[in-house]
Design a protein around this ligand. Structure first.
Ligand code: ADP
Ligand code: MG
Length: 574
């Protein structure tokens, strides 16, 4: 009994059908997805000449029934969708019933398939869409599809193919994405008789990542695992060590389907900001699982594009998932996991600027005092939980503090570490509008400034005050500094120098990492106020720095993304 049916015209029109097979990679992707839809646990893809002369896909899925085989290559024939109402429930890769028909019409295709009910397999040979031969054949349950000479009858399209190497690169990239999103399926890729890779199909994403990306990446992963509002997010992100210059290793999947989506990219950028490094992108393979009713995949037949019905929800949930993962990394050997919800929420509001727009709503229910004591208890709790016993070895290059904990050695970058501490302090003041955190100067300083600087101050007076500076305009060209942020243990810069350095940075070169003036200003104050590389620290100051780092929610990197600590194990030295 057959399973495949022809869709009616109304349904066809509604699913935006009209698929075009652009290149061998597109054909292969469709066929491997068919294999997985058919329940295969093992799929082998073999190609020659970038897929132009030969593509052979073998799976151990449920097969196609003998009666169904001719239908499989009919346009709009599918076993996966019956009527348009089903679209919201569909969880297969395919549903349009177009792919095999499109591929068959532009190639010489042989399908050999057997279901568990049939004793013999059926073999069908199709040329340019016409069935030439239909016979019985020996074979195991499953399907093998052989495509010879793709585009043989459409020379114009053939001409547009790239060289074999490039076409193979597309194929490899497509298969890699399928392997990542289907760790439960063993996938093997063979090019010109050479095995390129083979995944185990044991369900472990970390094993697939190891096979595809190598040891260095697989050793620097952090697990992502979060659920909210009906959206389940899982996968891995890389830590700072393996951040790269392009987005090519930032892969998102929606219900296992690789997608490219602006909402996801910008949410991830925001969450990684300060943790991947300036202009860098973190390694990420993340799957978002949600009911099909949450989105519309139907806007483009290649299905790489989606439209989320609630973009804001997806943005926030992904942000939270990534932030949580970042905050779960161990630090100086500490693996305490704590509740991050409130912190991540407040970070989210800060980066998306809800905080400043919400006209003190946030502030009213938390008076500075209650907030202070709440923060303090939290910090003390964290401090106790994260107590570490370290041996101070020394400081090299007046920059890297060397300590030993258990069998590990850590280098702490004194500037990056101090910068992160300052940053958190200033940001806290700013978020909570604690502009009382100012150290008043005995003798206020008058500074004459160029127009550009005065303009900046005029425009950002509130921001400057909220980070702890007490300044006033004094005539057209002069400002008066009455006080500076009361930060513990500042670098030895004069207050005047500090403020001028910050102004200089803010009014000159623009760095793309920070979206808002607020973020950039706070990071700049932190950077300028922090001890520099090359400054001498005493052992007591070092201890103070380490203890302070340990009290932070996010001690991993400086606000620009440079790691604060680097770990070396004993075995790294031999
Ligand atoms: P769709 O995947 O959208 O249904 P396709 O043209 O890709 O359309 O495939 C048509 C039909 O052929 C599928 O619905 C399925 O029933 C059958 N089919 C294709 N490939 C396989 C396979 N490897 N194993 C089992 N059935 C398959
Ligand atoms: Mg399909």
């Amino acid at each position: 009994m057959g399973n495949i049916v022809l869709l009616d015209d109304l349904t066809i029109n509604k699913i935006a059908a009209g698929e075009v097979i652009e290149n061998p990679a597109a054909a292969i992707k469709e066929m491997v997805e068919n294999s997985i839809d058919a329940g295969a646990t093992s799929v082998t893809v073999e190609v020659k000449n970038g897929g132009k002369t030969l593509i052979k896909i073998t799976d151990n899925g449920k097969g196609i029934a003998r009666d169904d085989l001719p239908l499989a290559i009919e346009r709009h024939a599918t076993s996966k969708l019956r009527q348009i109402e089903d679209l919201d429930k569909i969880d297969s890769f395919g549903f349009r019933g177009e792919a095999l028909a499109s591929i068959a019409s532009i190639s010489k295709m042989t399908i050999i398939s057997k279901t568990s009910e049939d004793t013999l397999a059926t073999k069908m040979y199709v040329e340019a869409g016409d069935i030439v031969e239909l016979t019985e054949d020996a074979g195991k349950t499953g399907t093998t599809i052989i495509i010879e000479n793709l585009f043989f009858n459409v020379p114009v399209r053939y001409k547009f193919l790239k060289n074999d190497i490039t076409e193979f690169r597309y194929i490899k990239s497509a298969i890699e994405k399928i392997a990542i999103s289907n760790p439960g399926v063993a996938i093997k890729l063979i090019n010109n008789e050479k095995e390129i890779f083979k995944t185990y199909g044991n369900g472990k994403l970390e094993d697939v990542i190891y096979i595809l990306f190598g040891k260095k990446i697989s050793q620097n992963l952090v697990n992502v695992n979060y659920e909210e509002g009906g959206i389940e997010i899982s996968g891995f992100i890389g830590n700072t060590t393996i951040a790269v210059d392009s987005r090519k290793d930032e892969l998102f999947f929606l219900n296992k389907r690789y997608i490219q989506n602006k909402t996801l990219y910008s949410s991830a950028d925001e969450a990684f900001k300060g943790d991947a490094g300036i202009g860098k992108f973190s390694f990420a393979t993340i799957n978002l699982k949600m009911p099909p009713s949450f989105y519309d995949v139907n806007i483009h037949p290649t299905k790489k594009e989606v439209k989320f019905k609630d973009e804001a929800l997806v943005y926030r949930v992904l942000y939270t998932a990534i932030k949580n993962a970042i905050l779960s990394k161990d630090f100086l050997g500490n693996k305490v996991t704590e509740e991050n919800k409130e912190y991540v929420n407040s970070e989210f509001k800060y980066v998306t600027n809800h905080f400043i727009n919400s006209e003190g709503n946030e502030k009213n229910d938390l008076s500075p005092n209650s907030l202070d004591s709440k923060n303090n208890t939290e910090i003390i709790k964290r401090e106790t939980a994260r107590k570490i016993d370290y041996k101070f070895i020394g400081i090299s290059f007046k920059t890297y503090i060397m300590i030993e904990i258990d069998n590990e050695m850590y280098l702490i970058d004194q500037h990056a570490a101090h910068e992160r501490i300052m940053y958190e302090q200033i940001k806290d003041n700013y978020k909570n509008k604690i502009n009382t955190n100012t150290q008043m100067m005995l003798i206020p300083e008058l500074i004459e400034l160029p127009n550009k600087e005065i303009e900046f101050i005029k425009q950002n007076m509130e921001l400057i005050k909220n980070t702890g500076f007490d300044i006033e305009l004094f005539g057209d060209k002069t400002i008066k500094i009455n006080g500076v942020p009361d930060l513990e243990y500042k670098s030895k810069l004069s207050n005047r120098r500090l403020f001028l350095d910050i102004l200089d940075e803010m009014t000159s070169k623009q760095n793309g990492n920070f979206k808002s003036v607020e973020e950039r200003f706070i990071a700049t104050v932190a950077c300028k106020a922090a001890v520099k590389a090359g400054m001498n620290l005493t052992e007591k100051e070092v201890d103070y720095l380490i203890q302070n780092l340990l009290t932070l929610k996010n001690p991993y990197t400086c606000p620009h993304g440079r790691p604060t600590t680097v770990k070396f194990s004993k075995k790294d030295f031999v």
